[in-house]
Design a protein around this ligand. Structure first.
Ligand code: ADP
Ligand code: ADP
Length: 222
């Protein structure tokens, strides 16, 4: 069922740059939707609008289901982890901010750390981790509140190919199990085909959606 409609959405910044023009798009519950296109075509702006970090200049976003900030998880390209806090404490943080004690949070934190293959690294601090491991912590942190919508902005773009491939696999497995909705911004055709069931293409004309395709089990998913 539909979660969000972007209706004739446009975004022009104060410097006159139009990042989005007349975008129409429906995000459905359970989608793994990739927003695919080259740098500068407006993908991040679209994601920031969905995240509520900025407002459209024209058109509107119509939510079919009220999703508070609590129900939305974010993963950016730069994992913004607390540098002095352990892996465990970084993943606990969103629950802690909602008043959940360390002890009460422990089962959920441990389970997610297992899912992202970080069991045994609970007490490590970010500077002791590789880029891929930091991204794993970021994903666990974004999912610990069991969000219904996960927004990801080129999360793996800075990682080497092998690490990326592994993270794609693990993310797909998490999505298959937990069925949160994902909007995934990427400039990688491979990533979008591997991960998504829908690809929204922003390419030919910057700021506009050029087309859309459905990926029908391009890769065995079971
Ligand atoms: P993408 O994520 O596809 O690389 P962006 O959404 O980041 O594209 O940017 C789309 C266009 O809008 C680019 O030309 C970019 O320079 C411009 N832009 C993005 N954010 C701002 C801003 N806050 N102020 C002015 N221009 C911006
Ligand atoms: P809005 O008009 O939506 O409030 P802002 O002007 O506050 O957007 O910028 C949002 C973010 O984008 C800021 O963090 C800003 O530093 C960054 N930004 C500004 N100009 C650009 C640009 N040309 N390309 C990409 N990002 C930009």
């Amino acid at each position: 069922s539909p979660l969000l409609d972007l209706r004739n959405v446009g975004k022009t910044f104060s410097n006159g740059v139009s990042a989005l023009r007349d975008v129409n798009l429906t995000i459905r519950e359970g989608d793994f939707l990739s927003l695919l296109g080259p740098s500068g075509c407006g993908k991040s702006t679209a994601l920031r609008l969905i995240a509520g970090l900025t407002t459209p200049t024209t058109g509107a976003l119509d939510w079919h289901k009220a999703l508070g900030g609590d129900c939305t998880g974010f993963v950016f390209q730069e994992p913004t982890l607390l540098p002095w806090a352990s892996v465990f404490d970084n993943v606990w943080l969103p629950l802690r901010l909602r008043g959940v004690s360390r002890e009460k949070a422990a089962p959920a934190v441990s389970e997610l750390l297992e899912r992202v293959h970080l069991t045994g690294f609970e007490n490590a601090v970010p500077r002791e981790l590789s880029g891929g491991m930091k991204m794993r912590v970021s994903i666990a942190r974004a999912l610990v509140t069991k969000p219904r919508l996960l927004l990801m902005d080129e999360p793996f773009a800075a990682l080497d190919e092998i690490t990326r491939f592994k993270l794609n696999d693990d993310l797909l497995e998490l999505w298959q199990d937990q069925r949160f909705t994902v909007v995934f911004v990427t400039h990688s055709v491979f990533e979008s085909v591997f991960l998504s069931n829908r690809i929204v293409i922003m390419a030919a004309r910057p700021g506009r959606v050029s087309g859309e395709m459905t990926v029908d089990a391009a890769y065995p998913r079971d």
